[in-house]
Design a protein around this ligand. Structure first.
Ligand code: PLP
Length: 224
């Protein structure tokens, strides 16, 4: 099916209040244009220079979500226009984003990445680390970033119960953090979870932001 057709099918399965990020990493500009022409305005990328290049060649009303691990020395490539950086798990990166946002006279939205899967991964915070991170941000008065919520990835498994329970765990973290630190801030409103294979479970568990790539654009080819 076409990208437009895929998007239409997927939109039917996503409630209106859930944000659909079209994950276009590795895909050529023409694919993004096709999605754009089908009405898609939110795109996700995980490489800073690739995002920068695409942002330059596409209309400026696109919202760019950075979804992968971001190195501090790459923040400058996306700071002028990125809409939200979805996966921040260290104070060092927060500081750098804050600095580059200030240089561009803006405030950049970020999500705290939580580690919820059973797999080995270098990325993401546990609850205690996330709390420490928030406290550090407050103490250092990083006023050019705004924490919008949490992000996480479930284990890559066919065990739906496990995936659902990991997503529910992330939702619990979101509410605990909100109650403790963001009670009066309505902008702390985002739970980013769910990809092509598991987004329906994520929505069931309370996702407000799904990140869908291959179901829209087809499988990615990393060997090119
Ligand atoms: C690639 C990626 C996605 C999209 O994955 P699909 O399985 O293609 O939908 C979502 N989130 C993150 C963080 C990714 O890196």
């Amino acid at each position: 099916m076409s990208i437009k057709g895929n998007l239409e099918e997927i939109r039917k399965t996503i409630p209106e209040n859930v944000c659909l990020v079209a994950v276009s990493k590795t895909k050529p500009i023409e694919n993004l244009e096709e999605a754009y022409d089908a009405g898609q305005r939110i795109f996700g990328e995980n490489k800073a220079q690739e995002m920068a290049q695409k942002a330059q060649s596409l209309p400026s009303d696109i919202e760019w979500h950075f979804i992968g691990h971001l190195q501090t020395n790459k923040v400058k490539y996306i700071a002028p226009y990125v809409s939200i950086i979805e996966a921040v798990d260290s104070f060092k990166l927060m500081e750098k984003i804050n600095k580059e946002a200030a240089k561009n006279n803006r405030c950049i939205d970020v999500l705290i990445q939580f580690y919820i899967a059973e797999e080995e991964s270098k990325f993401g915070c546990d609850y205690k680390e996330a709390i420490e991170l928030i406290q550090q941000i407050r103490e250092n008065n990083l006023s050019n970033i705004r924490i919008r919520g949490v992000m996480g990835m479930a284990t890559n498994t066919d065990n739906q119960e496990q995936v659902l329970s990991e997503f529910k765990q992330l939702k619990t973290y979101f509410h605990k953090v909100k109650e403790s630190y963001f009670e009066s801030e309505s902008s702390f409103d985002t739970i980013s979870m769910g990809m092509s294979n598991d987004y329906q479970l994520a929505i069931e568990a309370g996702s407000t932001n799904v990140r869908i790539g291959s179901s829209i654009f087809g499988a990615r080819n990393y060997s090119k």
